[in-house]
Design a protein around this ligand. Structure first.
Ligand code: SAH
Length: 353
């Protein structure tokens, strides 16, 4: 799927959209500069946290001015910040074409996680998720994805250290495969930010072709899959993607996914009262997960206007978890952060202007 340009009224290339090879080529052919200048620019942006060409003082001043004319280096702009009592913050961001996305700065004790959006809206129509109500408005560019990381890092006064990234905001990352892959290359490659795969998780509804393609890539993040139901009729009702790619195919794709030593796939399971929270369903989930190195994240449903479901009682969640434990499937009950500011799982949605 083609990635639309960062801005329809700006013909300038966005620097964050370019990989190192492309930047080297442009500098050599259009600027008559040596290729190593591209590495200096990458160092400045991705290692040193510089946000303007002017601050790249290792470049000649005349070159800095030319770069400034040729390339856009702006980040998405903050439209609004909502601050949660738990320390988490939800950023409503304006993109160059005035579309909006949400990115979340999650604080859980010492642990800081950026929850990133990969699309404006989402095409997958899961019936328990608010973002689905928007439909897909457009894809994000690599630079818009990376821009969220740089902006949240700046906001938190963080360099390249001290945070994890999850592609669990608005959108389906594997339905914007090329842009997400380009962003991952920049985040994980040594010439980019050099982040370890341990710090980055891509979450998917189960786009089988995307999982297979991700498996082939050099810079491969951790994988999380939103399972949410352990039988086909229920999963197809909750998540239309299951009609095209039923559980057997999905689980086989996960079994084929190459894992590094000690690595596990995360299976996410939103618990919905009276729908998928029975102990028999825990047993079904356990048998699906058998022979797959995995851990299960049980997420109590987060309510939002217009969503029909309810979260289960704590006792039922514990009984569900006990059955997984009996089957030796590790699991955690994940209470979403930022629920008081509608920044929790399934609650991200913005009106289009
Ligand atoms: N499209 C990707 C990335 C979004 S992740 C994916 O679905 O994996 C968003 C996570 O929040 C998913 O695991 C989803 O199952 C969960 N979720 C969606 N709506 C929710 C809700 N109302 N309450 C709790 N979790 C929800």
């Amino acid at each position: 799927m083609p990635v639309p340009p960062q801005s329809s009224d700006s013909p300038r290339l966005h620097l964050l959209d370019l990989d190192l090879a492309r930047l080297e080529e442009i500098l050599e052919t259009e600027f008559g500069e040596p290729a190593y200048r591209a590495r200096q620019i990458f160092q400045g942006v991705y290692h040193r946290g510089l946000r303007s060409f002017d601050s790249m003082t290792d470049l000649p001043q005349a070159l800095r001015r030319r770069l400034d004319v040729a390339f856009d280096l702006t980040l998405p702009t903050i439209h609004e910040v909502a601050r949660s009592r738990d320390g988490s913050r939800k950023y409503l961001l304006d993109l160059a074409d005035r579309r909006r996305i949400e990115s979340v700065f999650l604080v859980d004790g010492e642990r800081i996680t950026f929850c990133l959006s990969s699309q404006v809206g989402c095409a997958f129509g899961c019936d328990f998720c608010l973002t689905a109500r928007m439909g897909l408005v457009r894809q994000l560019s690599p630079g818009e994805i990376l821009g969220q990381v740089l902006l949240l890092a700046d906001e938190g006064g963080l360099g390249r250290e001290g945070y994890n990234l999850v592609f669990m905001g608005m959108g389906e990352p594997l339905h914007n495969f090329d842009a997400v892959s380009a962003a991952l290359d920049r985040l994980m490659s040594p010439e980019g930010m050099g982040l370890s795969y341990r710090r980055i998780t891509v979450s998917t509804v189960g786009v089988v072709a995307g999982i297979r393609r991700l498996a082939q890539r050099e810079y491969r993040p951790r994988l999380a899959v939103s399972l949410n139901a352990a039988d086909d009729p229920l999963r197809s009702k909750m998540m239309p993607v299951n009609r095209a790619h039923p559980l057997k195919e999905l689980m086989q794709t996960l079994r084929d996914y190459p894992l590094r030593s000690g690595e596990k796939i995360t299976l996410e399971y939103v618990l919905l009262a009276g729908v998928n929270d029975a102990v028999e369903q825990a047993d079904q989930l356990a048998s699906l997960a058998r022979n797959l190195p995995c851990k299960v994240n049980l997420i109590p449903f987060n309510a939002a206007d217009g969503l029909e479901y309810a979260p289960p009682e704590i006792g039922r969640m514990e009984a569900f978890q006990a059955r997984l434990e009996a089957a030796k499937i590790p699991s955690t009950i994940r209470w979403s952060r930022g629920r008081d500011i509608r920044a929790a799982c399934g609650q991200l949605a913005v009106e289009t202007p």
